[in-house]
Design a protein around this ligand. Sequence first.
Ligand SMILES: NC(=O)c1ccc[n+]([C@@H]2O[C@H](COP(=O)([O-])OP(=O)(O)OC[C@H]3O[C@@H](n4cnc5c(N)ncnc54)[C@H](O)[C@@H]3O)[C@@H](O)[C@H]2O)c1
Length: 419
Amino acid sequence: MISVGFLRNKYSRYPYLGSGDAHRLLEDSMNNHTAKRKHNIETIMEPHNMPPAFTWNDVQALKALTLCQTLPNVNTICVTGGAGFIGSWFLRNMTLAYTNYHFVCFDIFDVCSSPNNLRILEQTPNFSIFRGDIRNAEAVRQCFSQHSVDAIVHFAAQSHVDLSFDGANAFCETNVTGTVILLEAAREYGISRFIHVSTDEVYGEVLPGGSDYDETAPLHPTNPYSGSKAAAEMMVCAFSKSFGIPAIIVRSNNVYGPNQFPEKLIPKLITLVLRGEKVPLYGDGSYVRRYVYAGDIVDAFNIIFHEGEVGQTYNIGSYDEVSNIEIVKKIVRAVDIADNYQTPTVAEVDLAQWVRWTPNRPFMDRRYGVDFSKLRALGWSPKTSFEDGLRQTIDWYRQFGEEWWGDISVNLGAGKFKP
Ligand SMILES: NC(=O)c1ccc[n+]([C@@H]2O[C@H](COP(=O)([O-])OP(=O)(O)OC[C@H]3O[C@@H](n4cnc5c(N)ncnc54)[C@H](O)[C@@H]3O)[C@@H](O)[C@H]2O)c1
């Protein structure tokens, strides 16, 4: 067995914004913006904040977006949680691809978000940012009135399962009450499309050998995060029936790719391996997940938004099922290969060197599996293999991961669960 000894220090390639700076800029611009701007009045990004020698082409993956027929009754799309991981991927691609829609990012700019995720859109005339909290009905109304919102894609959520075990109430407030407030606004403003972003976790686990769940399967959430997402879905269904909200529910497998805050598994593992540090893994590392690359999921949302049937639910699935331990091995090997100019030095990954075993969550689903034939029938299937997507993701974190959110060291540990 050959062990690999690459070690990396934190390095700063660009004089880039830390998350503290970004939030300060946001505050400043919120205080100063009104007199200065006509368009994009909430947009915080200014050209002088752009790092030198920085090309967005290195960061973006504007690939394979299907160009759909635009919806005739939609002008302005409010994207909640648009500064987070999936929401910002959606916005970056959709804003540039569909210039006849106006996109408003409605986001509270939580720790997992970053203004850097949206910086490419700073000069884009069909894009605005509204800093607001979905739990605040007045803020939602203000945004809808100011921008004449007529469609919603609702990504905003407390999304980190680990945190939900000791903070279920906060998850309910954002994920359930926040959704109800958006539904109320959708009703008041006569919204013509409401895409509700849910998760495969609402089905509960599929044991090894069990069949994948299609959209008609009953919901059996097993942790406070998935419980809050399932509860939110129930309210979406209730509002659809009672008030005719034109809603579509979307349940996706795990998503990975650049721009994901490193408290989530894959970016956390990449960041730690790039630093040459051990990674925390729960249980025996055998739990598996299916992964969809961020670029692929954007196209799924694009197709569902334009061609999905109101009142329906769509699963977004993947063929790539990988255990946590396999992911660690793949990352160590990929980093080693890149570091050594394609000549691998690692024959077999020494887990004792790389893994710090940590106590498991109070409960952890072994596996999720969704059948996505319904979405395949609309013409979508995942295009990026896990190997390719992981390589692109590692490249991105190697280049930007230490600067994007500021100091993330505190977010790289394992969850601490009260017994
Ligand atoms: N990441 C995944 O693997 C995955 C898989 C399936 C479903 N989902 C769902 O997709 C959605 C997006 O997930 P993500 O991974 O991009 O999450 P994320 O944590 O990266 O982003 C969430 C965004 O919501 C914002 N937000 C949080 N609370 C808010 C509030 N009260 N008001 C306004 N904005 C608020 C945050 O600032 C952040 O920008 C979530 O609904 C999540 O449940 C995620």
